[in-house]
Ligand binder design. Structure first.
Ligand code: GSH
Length: 224
């Protein structure tokens, strides 16, 4: 067992950290704590992660929050030159796609998933759902074009750039992606990886066990 601890129930962005840890074959302790005052916001967790949000990790006493900082850190530490690109340009492109995912599509996919799938049917807001689809349409076309002629965003090999983008938009696998078939095939390919499947199994279980009240709280706290 390594001294890596991953905090956060797999329904949250902790899924991203779990996936990368599986991908590099690390042993770790998973602490599936919840959002809010009873979980990440509680004093003992804020002492490690003043941000109060999920996920965060402790790696041999080194604490880190922000999901994609965590994936980049673990990929670079354990898989430099393979999962984490070994060239300056490859690294820069990895940052490009990671920041792109957070800035362009993270919120839109989240809003869509809440108002299309996760909130109780009579509490879903069709206008928010449709607006979210409009917001992600143009960036999804950019990603679709990027994987039209190559299997992964940086080229022939799966890297942490793919992991970050695919993890951020993983819930889009339930959208109608027929307008972006290359994106659809690429996302399916990324999520089929054994490391992703292992983390997805935890995520699906956590999704299924999440009470409606918690889903409402997620939408409220994050203004989604
Ligand atoms: N940019 C952050 C976002 C973290 C975030 O908002 N996490 C959610 C769970 S997925 C959370 O903890 N929400 C509860 C809150 O904001 O108090 C990241 O990528 O790690």
């Amino acid at each position: 067992m390594s001294d890596l601890r991953i905090y956060g129930i797999a329904r949250t962005r902790a899924f991203r950290a779990l996936w990368v840890a599986n991908e590099v074959g690390l042993e770790y302790e998973h602490l599936p704590i919840e959002i809010g005052d009873a979980g990440a916001g509680a004093p003992q967790f804020r002492a490690i992660n003043p941000n109060g949000r999920l996920p965060f990790i402790e790696d041999n006493g080194f604490a880190l929050f922000e999901s994609l900082a965590i994936t980049l850190y673990l990929a670079k530490k354990h898989s430099n030159g393979r999962l984490y690109p070994g060239t300056l340009e490859g690294e820069a492109r990895t940052w490009q796609w990671s920041m792109w995912a957070l800035n362009e599509v993270d919120r839109g996919v989240n809003i869509w998933s809440l108002h299309a799938i996760r909130l109780p049917v009579d509490e879903r807001d069709a206008a928010k759902r449709d607006e979210a689809l409009k917001v992600v349409a143009a960036p999804f076309r950019v990603l679709d074009a990027a994987v039209a002629k190559q299997p992964y965003v940086l080229g022939d090999e799966f890297t942490v750039a793919d992991l970050n983008v695919a993890a951020v938009i993983s819930r889009a696998i339930e959208m109608d992606l027929s307008a972006v078939p290359n994106l659809n095939a690429w996302l399916t390919r990324c999520l089929a990886r054994p490391a992703a499947q292992k983390a997805l199994a935890l995520k699906t279980k956590a999704d299924n066990e999440t009470p409606a009240e918690v889903t409402r709280r997620i939408a409220r706290i994050n203004r989604l």
